[in-house]
Write a protein that binds this ligand. Structure first.
Ligand code: PMP
Length: 402
């Protein structure tokens, strides 16, 4: 067999993009100035790629809670939850989240990725799962690890989903998986339609609320609250790494389901417990989600402003008050070029190519937050305007006769 390492080629693409100055990944910030600004290569940029929707990652109260918990309980418990790594603090967080989400039980995990991975423990080899085309990699991995079969339906396409469920009389499918607010497109799932199909065909419904927790719904409980459909969702997963501004995740659902996950989900059993700092930070952030609803209003108002302005500039963006603004690019190279134009103009965005988005697509993703001031929002829009002008000039030059 040929040397395993000899077939690895990604480094060549990385090198080529780096030489052209277009490599957009792993750009390390030297420091941060609050939630909305980062310093990279000595330049202060508007942070428009972090999902810190409510601006809580640098909130003094959240930081203080994390520091106090570290002083009291240490940096880590150095054991998995099941094997004596559990703290009363984890249980307090689970109780508070269960109350907040109005779910009987909650299991806290070290990341949102692991919360989603845990859903695999509900599945057996041979089960069939229907998943939206745009679901996050962690949900795809959950099904893959369980050796169940994931059948994808076109994004939010209820006709396709219904056809799938009908073709199997509903019997084959045990679970439908979707996201509340989609992470790569920024649009909402059609929860009323999906919930109705799940009910009619007797299929369980799992909802990943990573991006809608804290942002959608009157109390910030996410997309299910927004649609008034919380009872229709059987299992809800959340992450602390978006609106809560920290690290960690959770699965919320019926008592016996969560008890099962606690004893069968490998992403819970075989990894260390959430750090005291992260658990305490999530608790403090949750207090702010509940106590300061004006942050939800601000982020949605800011998102409407940015998406509206980008649509006016001619970008293929649908104006909305959802905090993810996904700007499609023609191809990967144009995506990297636009990313670089924005970077040079002082705005840090996220360039997304497969496998972060489906094959053949590329997107510049902007995450708008309550921490962005009007001036930050203006700088984001101005950077896109400059990027558009430069792209037009480049295209005109490329078509000029030599
Ligand atoms: N679900 C979705 C939809 C996500 O976008 C992400 C993170 N990008 C996750 C789950 C995983 O969350 P975490 O970063 O906490 O692991």
């Amino acid at each position: 067999m040929a040397d395993l390492f000899a077939r690895l080629q990604l480094h060549e693409a990385v090198q080529s993009l780096t030489e052209q100055g277009l490599y957009p990944f792993y750009r390390a910030a030297e420091t941060r100035h609050g939630s909305a600004e980062v310093v990279i290569d000595g330049r202060t940029l508007v942070q428009a790629s972090a999902h810190d929707y409510l601006g809580l990652s640098c909130d003094a109260r959240v930081i203080e809670a994390a520091v106090a918990a570290t002083r009291r309980l240490g940096t880590g418990t150095c054991a998995s939850r099941v094997a004596n790594g559990s703290l009363a603090l984890h249980e307090e967080l689970e109780g508070r989240l269960a109350d907040f989400l109005s779910r009987p039980a909650v299991m806290v995990t070290a990341t949102g990725y692991q919360a989603n991975l845990a859903l695999g423990a509900l599945l057996d080899r041979g089960d069939k799962v229907a998943g939206d085309q745009l679901i996050h990699a962690s949900l795809i991995d959950a099904v893959a690890l369980s050796r169940a079969r994931l059948v994808r339906f076109r994004h939010n396409d209820l006709t396709r989903l219904e056809r799938l469920l009908q073709a199997s009389d509903g019997h084959d499918f045990g679970l439908i998986i979707t996201e509340g607010l989609f992470s790569t497109s920024g649009d909402l799932c059609d929860l009323p339609g999906i919930a109705e199909l799940a009910r009619r065909h007797g299929v369980r419904l799992a909802l990943d609320s990573a991006h809608d927790l804290g942002v959608l719904g009157r109390h910030g409980r996410g997309a299910a609250e927004h649609f008034g459909l919380e009872p229709a969702v059987d299992v809800q997963t959340v992450t602390f790494s978006k609106a809560l501004g920290g690290v960690g995740g959770a699965v919320a659902g019926p008592d016996h389901v969560i008890a099962h996950l606690r004893h069968d989900a490998r992403s819970m059993l075989f990894t260390s417990a959430l750090s005291p700092a992260s658990a305490a930070a999530a608790l403090a952030a949750l207090d702010i989600v509940i106590g300061e609803p004006e942050r939800r209003q601000r982020v949605r108002q800011a998102a409407a402003l940015v998406s509206g302005a980008l649509a006016d500039l001619g970008f293929a963006v649908t104006p909305s008050d959802r905090p993810i603004v996904a700007v499609p690019a023609d191809d990967e190279l144009s995506c990297f070029r636009l990313w670089k134009e924005l970077f040079d103009a002082g705005v840090l965005t996220c360039a997304m190519i497969p496998p972060g988005v489906p094959d053949g697509r590329s997107v510049i993703r902007v995450a708008v937050t309550a921490a962005h001031t009007d001036r930050h929002l203006e700088r984001i829009v101005d950077a896109f305007a400059a990027g558009k002008t430069n792209a037009q000039t480049r295209s005109a030059n490329e078509h000029m006769p030599a």
